[in-house]
Ligand binder design. Structure first.
Ligand SMILES: NC(=O)c1ccc[n+]([C@@H]2O[C@H](COP(=O)([O-])OP(=O)(O)OC[C@H]3O[C@@H](n4cnc5c(N)ncnc54)[C@H](OP(=O)(O)O)[C@@H]3O)[C@@H](O)[C@H]2O)c1
Length: 345
């Protein structure tokens, strides 16, 4: 059974564009192998929107965005200055894909996008951690109340199926604790410091040169980004109703070369570890070099400690446009699967 899913895509940056590129490349397989016919009916960026109920020409949208900066300049289907909320309210679609910028102060604009989608009966796939970190319990309640699905695989681990491993593969077992290296930028910095004996500032500079760290790197190096991921895992996997303010957060600015050298003498190194056991925490932590969690460079790794299966560690690239786009597609397939089950009932 092929199910057509009409999509409103809000946010057309690295992730949004990678997602449409992936749809162009994988269209045949998504229909033939998975029974999903994704039809993007609206794309919104800061300049406005492009809307076509019959489905937008994604190649043209990508070219417009790259050449002109906004999809809203399209002659036929462009609406300059049209705000996302108006599009989400007025355009008929099954799913909102929310890939606008993360904001951990008030979750906006993503939070309002998601709430408006729910109120208008749309399922949501989001890669935006801000709304989830600040309002996870409220958003899941709101989704249930409106009888829609909220999926967010790309918010933890990029394309690596961290959430799925715990939620689906370990279903039936009880996850007792989670430990994770949840941020590639800080892991790169700590790896550089430990292996090349460079200072924090030098390692940060090289991360910025390579495009791993933002000009304002505070979300990463102050531990906010991994703390958002801790909140998402605590809620989704361990059913703990936390928000960002409940996480004890310490970043890596204070990690010194001396501390790394002392740890090395004990066969350990220092990693920025996000953990959930009794409490939720992000802090520089000594980890044995033999621990599977001890990955280097920009890799992410998460260990689940479960009652019966014991310890399982998943390792992969934590970020990147194509990687995160693959998580969006995975979430869409999950929604398609659930919709198909309902139709058969
Ligand atoms: N990049 C990754 O590897 C990655 C991995 C996992 C999760 N994420 C998350 O995914 C989201 C997107 O990431 P990204 O890397 O694609 O970011 P990005 O390149 O900065 O793109 C953000 C997009 O959101 C749009 N936007 C921002 N505010 C808006 C508003 N008020 N109305 C309409 N559009 C708005 C921007 O419009 P303009 O294009 O007009 O500026 C841009 O298209 C973020 O929340 C990020 O944290 C990213």
């Amino acid at each position: 059974m092929v199910i057509t899913v009409r999509i409103i895509l809000v946010g057309y940056g690295v992730v949004g564009q990678s997602f449409t590129s992936m749809l162009l490349r994988r269209r045949h397989e998504t229909v033939k192998d998975y029974g999903l016919n994704p039809k993007v009916v609206a794309i919104v960026d800061r300049g406005g929107a492009a809307i076509n109920a019959k489905g937008l020409d994604l190649e043209k949208m990508l070219a417009l965005k790259r050449q002109k900066g906004s999809v809203s300049v399209d002659n036929e289907f462009g609406f300059r200055g049209k705000p996302p909320l108006e599009v989400i309210e007025s355009v008929e679609a099954e799913v909102l894909v929310e890939a606008s910028s993360t904001n951990v102060k008030d979750g906006e604009p993503g939070l309002s996008h998601i709430k408006t989608a729910f109120k208008t009966g749309k399922h949501v796939v989001t890669t935006n951690k801000g709304p989830l970190a600040l309002a996870f319990p409220t958003l899941t309640e709101l989704a249930a109340y409106n009888k829609v699905y909220l999926r967010f695989s790309g918010t933890v681990g990029g394309g690596t199926p961290v959430l799925e491993l715990a939620k689906k593969c370990l279903a039936g077992d009880k996850i007792l604790a989670i430990r994770g290296i949840l941020n590639g930028t800080t892991n790169y910095i700590l790896t550089e410091m430990a292996e090349k004996h460079v200072t924090f500032q030098q390692a940060l500079g090289s991360a910025q040169k390579l495009g791993y760290a933002e000009t304002d790197p505070s979300m990463d190096i102050d531990g906010i980004d991994p703390a958002c991921k801790v909140v998402i895992m605590a809620n989704w996997i361990m059913n703990k109703k936390l928000t960002l303010k409940d996480v004890d957060v310490q970043g890596i600015r204070g990690v010194t070369l001396e501390a790394l050298e002392k740890a090395a003498k004990r066969g350990n190194t220092i990693k920025l570890v996000g953990s959930i056991d009794g409490e939720a925490r992000v802090a520089p932590t000594e980890v044995s070099k033999h621990d599977p969690l001890c990955v280097s460079g920009v890799l992410n790794a998460v260990t689940f400690v479960s009652e019966f299966a014991g310890e399982e560690t998943i390792i992969g690239r934590g970020a990147g446009g194509p990687e995160t786009a693959s998580a969006i597609l995975r979430d869409l397939l999950d929604i398609r699967h659930n919709l198909a089950d309902k139709m058969l009932m």
